[in-house]
Design a protein around this ligand. Structure first.
Ligand SMILES: Cc1ncc(COP(=O)(O)O)c(C=O)c1O
Length: 387
């Protein structure tokens, strides 16, 4: 299968068409927002074309095929048999995070997150007037681990834990031991787990374990997932929540109903159903290979030409988390180097919270040639050949 970057300029793509407005420069290579430059699987394209071919786009059902596709994907990919009634369709994982906080905690309640973290985790807690409890991840020798003493202390104060599994931006794919320990501490302290597993299909180092499959967590976990990252269809805004516990599900559903978006989008339903299929699984295998080659390419380039930039091991996702602290620049200077001198748009580590200071997040979901060009520009900028 051929993965090549598609020309996206002029399609309204945030990554390509909003770079000028956001970063006030016209000449940046966009390697930031987390979508890829690859075409969606042919099966998805065909399903969309077929649905578009019927020219009425009215209110649409989440039909049997939609639920069966999700059940199939979970059985196939994660060995998890999920009941149809556990699945609550939604229009985006961030929407579900906000809904879960609003439905299942009270104003002022503590909600724990692990920093550095995908920024909407922080905004969701704060904009819902909950108390942000930061369990800062421990970074040592190129690896992130959990500060367990702090995790237990924060769990005692928390009503909810927003788990990011795998974790964006550090790309940690939590292992079974870590997941079991987090689950047990949450259970012992009556902490609900909201597990954002949107990156769980793209794990490079081990088989992903949904925390909701663990006996300690099954009754207290909401699992949030979507085909959007995996199949590069984020613009279709189709996600879902898996909630095995009937009481939690009813409370969640009640708050969800208040939002007033009970129906599906016919195109998004068609796309999910086509993606979660044997064809989608084959496409994903090929994608993983391409991404892993990209990761190896970036690591080798940095190792040879830019050893001051140390990539954290990419355990999951199409994102790389670069430790730039040896460049000896503060966050503003780092941005100046990447944006103004190297002409690259990456996500500054500091935007993932103070714990991300000194880092940059690189999106490698693009062609090898674009990555090579980006790394060359960075090399020139670091060597000081361009002002
Ligand atoms: C961890 C994580 N959760 C959620 C999202 C966004 O999901 P959605 O577009 O479904 O709201 C992203 C996108 O980058 C993400 O990295």
């Amino acid at each position: 299968m051929l993965f090549e970057a598609i020309e996206r300029k002029g399609t309204g793509a945030i990554k390509w068409d909003d770079t000028v407005r956001r970063f006030a420069r016209e000449d940046l290579l966009p390697l930031w927002v987390a979508d890829m430059d690859f075409a969606a699987p042919v099966a998805v394209q065909e399903a969309l074309a077929q649905r578009i071919g019927h020219p009425v786009y009215g209110y649409s059902l989440y039909d049997d095929a939609f639920f069966e596709a999700i059940q199939w994907w979970y059985a196939h990919h994660f060995d998890w048999t999920i009941e149809r009634e556990w699945i609550v369709p939604d229009h985006g994982v961030v929407v579900s995070i906000n809904t879960a906080i609003a439905a299942l905690t009270d104003v002022g309640d503590g909600v724990m997150i692990q920093t550095p973290i995908y920024p909407p985790f922080m905004t969701a807690v704060e904009s819902n007037d909950r108390t942000l409890l930061e369990n800062r991840l421990h970074y040592e020798a190129g690896r992130y681990t959990i500060d367990w003493e702090d995790f237990e202390a924060k769990a005692r104060e928390a009503s909810m834990f927003l788990l990011c599994s795998p974790h964006n931006p550090t790309t940690r794919a939590w292992n079974s031991e870590e997941l079991q320990r987090m689950a047990a501490i949450c259970r012992d302290n009556d902490v609900l787990i909201v597990a954002d597993e949107i990156h769980s299909d793209v794990v490079h180092v081990r088989k992903h374990v949904p925390i909701g499959t663990l006996p300690q967590a099954r009754e207290i976990t909401l699992t949030l997932h979507a085909p959007s990252k995996t199949f590069n269809i984020a613009g279709l805004n189709q996600s879902y929540v898996i909630i095995p516990d009937p009481e939690i599900r009813a409370t969640y559903r009640k708050r969800f109903a208040q939002i007033g978006l009970p129906h599906g989008n016919p195109l998004s339903i068609a796309a999910l159903t086509a993606a979660y299929s044997p064809e989608g699984a084959v496409w994903l295998e090929a994608l993983m290979e391409y991404l892993e080659d990209n990761i190896a390419f970036v690591r080798a380039y940095l190792g040879e030409y830019l050893p001051q930039i140390v990539p954290v091991e990419t355990e999951a996702t199409f994102l790389m988390w670069l430790d730039c602290r040896a460049l000896d620049r503060d966050d503003a200077q780092l941005e100046h180097l990447f944006f103004d001198q190297a002409r690259l748009a990456l996500n500054p580590g500091i935007s993932f919270g103070q714990a991300g200071s000194g880092f940059m997040r690189l999106n490698i979901g693009t062609s090898r040639s674009l990555l090579e060009q980006a790394l060359k520009q960075l090399h020139v900028a670091v060597e000081g050949k361009r002002g």
